[in-house]
Design a protein around this ligand. Sequence first.
Ligand code: NAG
Ligand code: NAG
Length: 798
Amino acid sequence: MRGQVLLFFSVLSLSSVLGQVSYSIPEEMPKGSLVGNIAKDFGLDVKRLKSGKARIFTRDNDGYIELNNERGVLLIKNIIDREALCGQTTPCALHFKIILENPMEFYSVTIEITDVNDNPPSFEKNDVKFKISESAVSGAKFILDRAVDSDVGSNGLQTYKLQPTDNFVVKLHDQADGTKNVEMILDKPLDREKNEHLSLVLTALDGGEPQMTGTMQILITVLDANDNAPVFTQSVYKASIKENAPVGTVVVTVTATDADHGSHGKITYSISSILDHARGLFEVNDESGEIRLKGNVDYEKARTFQINIRASDDGGLVDSCKVIIDVNDMNDNKPDIHILSKSNVISEDANPGTVVTMINIEDTDSGENGNVQCSINDNIPFVMKSTTNDFYSLITDSGLDRETASEYNITVTCSDEGVPSLSSSVTLTLQISDVNDNAPVFERSSYEAYIVENNTPGLSIFTVRARDADWNQNARVSYILEDSSVNGVPVSSYVSVSADSGVIHAVRSFDYEQIKDFHFRVKAQDGGSPPLSKNVTVKMLIQDQNDNPPQVLYPVQTGGSLVAEMVPRSADVSYLVTKVVAVDVDSGQNAWLSYKLQKATDRALFEVGLQNGEIRTIRQVTDKDAVKQRLTVIVEDNGQPSRSATVIVNVAVADSFPEVLSEFTDFTHDKEYNDNLTFYLVLALAVVSFLFITCLVVIISVKIYRWRQSRIMFHSNLPVIPYYPPRYSDTLGTGTLQHVYNYEVCRTTDSRKSDCKFGTAGSQNVLIMDPSATGTMQRIQSEKSILDEPDSPLEVRI
Ligand SMILES: *[C@@H]1O[C@H](CO)[C@@H](O)[C@H](O)[C@H]1NC(C)=O
Ligand SMILES: *[C@@H]1O[C@H](CO)[C@@H](O)[C@H](O)[C@H]1NC(C)=O
């Protein structure tokens, strides 16, 4: 068909050119294919061709076409490749002449070779490699190799296609020489992090039918750019930490990632900002992002910390996050007891409810750890009262009594409710001050005191004592004798009470024979204001002393006259001669009298009844018995020592009175002589004693004088040793010591009597001795009055 069209075209050319014919054939026709029927086209007979030895004449391009003389047609001798024949030149034609001999004729033949799409576009290389930074911006151009298609016209290279089209588009760019540059243009930026290696296929397309393509692979390696900032996995990290956690505790680890590669992706952590109170408490490990505790966190100082952490890569891109660290409270604070005010002393009469101390409690922990309860030790009359939160007052619970407890140690213990609980305590010492609420109390409800009569005035008899449970001045007891009278005399003339000591003194010497007992009241009063007092009855019992010798009432002893009992010579045995009657004003044993016969003219004749003092005969009186019988009867009391009295009983054994009278005149003479003798002896003794004392005084005086003189002369610079004269002790019968002279003074109280009396100076109870035991009642009383005088002349001291 196609050949016919071309033939038609050549016929038209024939019409204009004699002897010239054109054919058009596609390239690549197989061998032997018919090109054209020249016999017909030139109007030649086949025979003529034969005879004319028709042949093809050409200078070049020989060998493609052959002439078949038999059929008068042109055939393909060898396959014609238009591209090889003409290259890109169009149109491409074979020109040759067909030469005939006999006659010589020639005809021109032109065979146009038309293109057949037999060549695909092709690239020089199968692949091409690019390295493109991901930071390349859109519009960046990359020149690609062009493809080549040896076909021409529409069979030639028409267009390119780039796939995939994600990032790049292909664009043809006309050059000045008419060629087109193939450009790969970055349309969308690359991202190494998404796709590090890209593989694109560039397809070159021709316009033939069927279309043919050629491809080239474009391998792109995306180079990293620091286009990714680090990114924290969380924008806010929350962590909590116990307060007092040890240094080095990992609090939290922050993590940032960086999609970049290498140093662009190497993240360094640092603290970007931190509030002052957290400064120095935390550190971040720059590589691992571990946040560690560097100092001590205290819940009471800060409960939360906020740290901004920055992550930066080497390219300088950063991200930051916030770390919020909550501090968990630990029960690490003891309750703090603060004493706002306190009284150290409280009066014992303080009313219940009196505030003693105000306390403020503070526990800086929170929640349970900071809930504080306070208590005090048991068994004390105080309670803790919570007034408001954290304020406690310690008040008295019941009445106080200093006498029971003068001091309280109040231990206030406050504990919080943490687990384990912490507590602290404080001890307050509270003194209870005294109030005069106790009267003095005597040791006994009543006293009985005994004093032996004849005491010295001023003698301390007895001590009453009262105690006062109060303190100090309130307990200072004074003793006061209460006014009363004894037998009409104020009691103060009998006894006195020492206000301080309670010692009761006798004001006077008591005489049992006059007063046997009396009582009085002593008041004990304390020094409080107002004072309190108590009184007590003291019963004073005076004890008898054997100070009275028996007194003979009968027979009456008269000075001059003689009384004699008459015993008739006819008296029988056990004849009651007389009865000695004596009394003793003392009492008890001291007044229990016994009678004994001390001397008798004839002891065999009389006896004295021991108890009753009856003098009886013990044998028959005979004529031989003297008329004048003298009996000395001693009456003794039973005191210790006993006292006695003697009585002389004259007995006349006679039947008639004149007989008696003549005999008894001697008695008085004898007696007078005896008395005189006694008197002289005493006088002599007194004189000798006086001389002795005088001599002694003179000698001692002389000695002292000389000794003093010698000291003044030779040792006048030495201190003078005072001289103490030898002392004369008044010790009775205790022997003589060196420098102590026992000196006895005997003095008659009745110039005619030889009684000797020993005075003991300073002795408490003065005993009156009457060794001769012949005194009468009157005499004893006069002696006593002398002893009662304070300046008794009986005492001599040198
Ligand atoms: C109170 O405490 C003090 C000091 O520890 C102590 O001397 C005193 O005896 C205590 N008083 C009482 C009543 O326990
Ligand atoms: C002595 O005490 C008694 C009670 O012990 C009292 O009745 C009396 O009035 C008191 N006497 C004086 C004088 O205070």
